[in-house]
Design a protein around this ligand. Structure first.
Ligand code: HT7
Ligand code: ZN
Length: 874
């Protein structure tokens, strides 16, 4: 396996203007004919055509009409090279592939008897020889031929220009994409599907045909995806002035898929998980996921497709920006300030739960990585979520209007081009006459910055100062870091809990955005009439760890009053984390477990404050996760963490029993199910109340959960009740699980939930997971199913996964190896479960190392898994 470096980028020697593809689709033997018109790239000095190809049988190769023999080209690994070709070239290539044998779900593959493609990042080279790199953009015309009965629906990118019958029961469809695109955005579908469709009037008066394609039997689950698509189109018109550029936009759902969805031009292909929903089968979280992912893929049409990446190191150019756009879309769809804050809190949670650990582990990499072995390993929370934070900080620095100006300039300059993260930053800087040179470090330096704050109040002078000192831990290949350009939003609370007006340069109103650009900087506030409580990093204005010695009293003050809901929540998280960590030590040392009344009272106050949105109250009452707790410890003790957290949950359940019961009843959502934010928030609070009650399981709590399970009118309530029963260890849990399976065994996505709930349950041992793997519904071949059982166990059940005897790690190693033989992309995600192995006690470390070495010793390891494992062991 070879490391590829960002600095080695060279432009392609040949460009492709047009591509004509012909597919004779057959699961065992698909023939692909390709005709490329190519010309020399004036920006390149090299005179060689380079075509990538993998797992292909080359049948014929012609250049400008003449067949090329073995001496006219060279095949070196995955590269086919033709030396010294003429200036203008027409290449004709014929290859054969076997889609039914393709278990990687990368390239052209078969799922449930139908054909689908996945070409990002480098899948197209499994379909035909091609300069499969994102800076080669061409116009595609695609002819599909297949058996009409088996594959009645034939789809590709762009517009359908012709269709008709052929001999032998076959038919054809010809598609033309009017926009040039890189090969990673190519797609085809040949399948037995049905669709929900609608014409939708665009802002400029054109009508677009919108379609959501699913398997027959799922048409009752397409409404929300369709609605989300329409909302996305409107939103992009209004917020960014960006219109749909095609007459037709299709979403196709497929059950076998490596990731969430794919933004192929005009033909988005989706994991069924992010399309199919009705109240019977989908939870509120599923609905929110559908809205976000439909939005995300649609927004790629401009940020990714019209303007794409020069090379894969620039991945965050499209992914960070598009995640930011889908986050803003979801927030705007809720509309209320408090709803917006809840979406922001969820984003902060994801960062802390997944991105901060990545940034502190062996796979840490900058938002724009410098090197990789396998690009598929870099579709990470750093590139996506931290990348979105970087874009968000740009918006914070230049303001919302300034950000829009920057976006406008970006499209004005780069529409139809393949560009870099620097091009995006420069557009933002130039549109706003801002110097964003230092800001580049967010793209080039890995690691989560630590910002330490110290404050000083001078009562006589009525001045208040905050001194910030920033640092950033070393990460692989980057021992020393330079200071980042960090926007820090700050407010000051008076003793009455109100925001003080801020006398600080550039501040108006009650929040100032301070710009930290040096290692240490002091900011002064004047006219401060009393000692304030500082609210620092409002709205989580930068992806950093803020260290400030808050007293409990200050945190309680912020938790009760901060006008910034994100920092209000944050104060509660700090209060909870301090207690959880103290209790974890107490568990480990056999000390007494006690939770103070002050904390319980603070929780009670929020729980019963009917002036607050239920969704905010739910967030404020949710404890930091076991993973977040582990990140705070120098030596991780998973069982002690679990016991401490369970103790706090049970104590809340017992001491706030009356209030929890009241809130449970007050937040019922009778009547027809609706996934809107207010109803979902009510269900969220009600079900959190239920989970605390069930954590201190008395007969009433179990009865309540059982009644909710029996009478649930939607999947959100049904799953919450079942989880309550399982976690409480209730006798009724097993029969409820059985009934659940019997009711939903035909719904694959619900069966995934059934496996996932069991995998994450505190009582589920490695042995129990092995038993579940024998269930007739389990298969490693379907990524959703593998994720539902194996990933859930290894990621969401730390106390069992880290069993002291190492049995969890042995299981993990077996599954990584087994998955790798089928699907390296999925296997290498699972391989990441042991990233943080060096942070555990020596005995556990030893067991983990053994498991890592077992995988490393595998003879047929993919590049994907090898890269992850070797970095973990380095
Ligand atoms: N741009 C896509 C990323 C992607 C992908 C999707 C499905 C299967 C394999 C994949 N490799 C990369 C998804 C997105 O970010 O929108
Ligand atoms: Zn994306």
């Amino acid at each position: 396996s070879q490391t590829i470096y960002r600095n080695d980028y060279t432009p392609p020697a040949y460009l492709v203007d047009t591509v004509e593809l012909g597919f004779d689709l057959d699961p065992a033997r698909t023939i692909v004919a390709s005709r490329l018109t190519m010309r020399r790239n004036p920006d390149s000095e090299r005179a060689e055509i380079e075509l990538y190809g993998e797992n292909l049988e080359l049948v014929a190769l012609r250049m400008n009409g003449k067949p090329l023999g073995k001496r006219d080209y060279r095949i070196d690994g995955n590269l086919l090279r033709i030396a010294n070709p003429p200036q203008d070239v027409t290449l004709e290539i014929e290859t054969i592939t076997a889609p039914e044998k393709n278990t990687t779900l990368n390239g052209l593959y078969v799922s449930n008897g139908s054909f689908f493609t996945q070409c990002e990042a480098e899948g197209f080279r499994n379909i035909t020889y091609f300069p499969d790199r994102p800076d080669v953009m061409a116009k595609f015309t695609v002819m599909l031929r297949a058996d009409k009965q088996k594959y009645p629906v034939l789809l590709s990118n762009g517009n359908l220009i012709e269709e008709g019958e052929l001999d032998d029961g076959r038919h054809f469809a010809k598609w033309e994409d009017p926009f040039k695109k890189p090969s990673y955005l190519f797609a085809l579908v040949a399948a037995q599907l049905v669709c929900q469709e609608e014409t939708f009037r665009l802002k400029d008066g054109r009508d677009a045909l919108l379609q959501v394609w699913v398997e027959e039997g799922n048409l009752d689950k397409t409404d929300y995806a369709m609605q989300s698509l329409k909302n996305s189109i409107r939103w992009d018109e209004e917020r960014f002035g960006l219109e749909l550029d095609l007459d037709r936009f299709m979403i196709v759902a497929v059950g076998d898929f490596n990731m969430g969805a794919m933004e192929n031009k005009g033909l988005n292909i989706f994991n069924t998980k992010f399309v199919l929903a009705n109240p019977r089968v989908a939870t509120d979280v599923d609905y929110a996921g559908i809205e976000a992912v439909v939005g995300h893929e649609y927004f790629h049409n401009w940020t990714g497709n019209r303007v794409t990446c020069r090379d894969w190191f620039q991945l965050s150019l499209k992914e960070g920006l598009t995640v930011f756009r889908d986050q803003e879309f979801s927030a705007d769809m809720i509309g209320t300030a408090s709803g917006r804050a809840v979406t922001r809190i969820e984003q902060v949670r994801t960062l802390r739960q997944a991105q901060f650990p990545e940034d502190a582990g062996p796979m840490a990499h900058p938002v724009r990585p410098d090197s990789f072995v396998e690009i598929n390993n870099f579709y990470t929370v750093t590139v996506y979520e931290k990348g979105a934070e970087v874009v968000r900080m740009l918006q914070t620095l230049v303001g919302r209007d300034g950000f829009r100006k920057g976006m406008d300039l970006y499209f004005e300059r780069h529409d139809g081009q393949a560009v870099t993260c620097d091009d995006f930053r420069n557009a933002m800087a130039d549109a706003n006459q801002r110097d964003l040179i230092l800001f580049e470090r967010w793209y080039s330096q890995a690691g989560t910055p630590i910002v330490k704050a110290r404050t000083q109040y001078d009562a006589d002078a009525k001045t208040y100062s905050i001194t910030f000192t920033q640092s950033c831990p070393a990460t692989p290949g980057q021992p020393k870091k330079l200071p980042f350009h960090i926007p820090i939003a700050v407010g000051l609370l008076g003793a009455d809990g109100r925001d003080m007006p801020l006398g600080q340069d550039g501040a108006n109103g009650s929040t100032a955005v301070l710009e930290l650009t040096e290692e240490t900087q002091t900011f002064n506030f004047t006219g401060v009439g009393e000692q304030p409580t500082p609210s620092i990093l409002r709205d989580f204005s930068a992806p950093v760890v803020l260290e400030y010695d808050y007293t409990d009293l200050e945190l309680l003050h912020l938790f009760s009053h901060d006008s910034d809901p994100v920092n209000r929540w944050e104060a509660g998280q700090r209060l909870a984390m301090q207690r959880l960590l103290r209790l974890t030590s107490a568990v480990a040392s056999g000390g007494k477990l006690e939770l103070d009344a002050t904390f319980i009272d603070a929780m009670r106050k929020i729980l019963t404050d009917d002036g607050l949105d239920p969704s905010f109250r739910e967030q404020a009452l949710l404890l930091p996760s076991e993973t977040m707790m582990a990140e705070q410890m120098s030596v991780v003790n998973p069982q002690a963490i679990n016991a401490a957290r369970q103790f706090v949950r049970a104590t809340i359940g017992t001491t706030l029993r009356t209030e929890l019961m009241q809130q449970y009843l007050a937040n019922m959502t009778p009547g027809e199910y609706s996934p809107d934010a207010l109803s979902a928030g009510r269900r969220g609070l009600k079900n959190l109340a239920l989970s605390y009650l069930a954590a201190a399981p008395d007969a009433d709590a179990i009865e309540l959960a059982q009644a909710q399970f029996d009478n649930a009118g939607n999947m959100t309530d049904r799953v919450a009740a079942l989880i309550g029963l399982i976690h409480a260890g209730a006798d009724s849990a097993a029969p409820a699980l059985q009934a659940f399976y019997a009711d939903f065994e035909k719904e694959a996505l619900v069966v995934d939930k059934w496996f996932a709930m069991q995998a994450a349950a505190p009582a589920t041992t490695v042995k129990a997971v092995r038993e579940l793997m024998k269930h007739r519904a389990f298969t490693l071949k379907n990524p959703n199913r593998a994720r539902s059982l194996i990933f859930s166990f290894c990621g969401a059940n730390p106390a069992q996964f880290h069993a002291p005897d190492g049995s969890g790690y042995a299981f993990w190693a077996e599954q990584v190896i087994a998955l790798d033989a089928l699907n390296p992309q999925v296997a290498s995600r699972l391989a990441r479960s042991l990233d943080r192995w060096r942070r555990y006690a020596p005995a556990l470390q030893g067991q983990m190392k053994k498991a890592l070495q077992k995988v490393a010793g595998g003879k047929k390891l993919s590049n994907d898994v090898r890269e992850v494992i070797s970095k973990a062991l380095a």
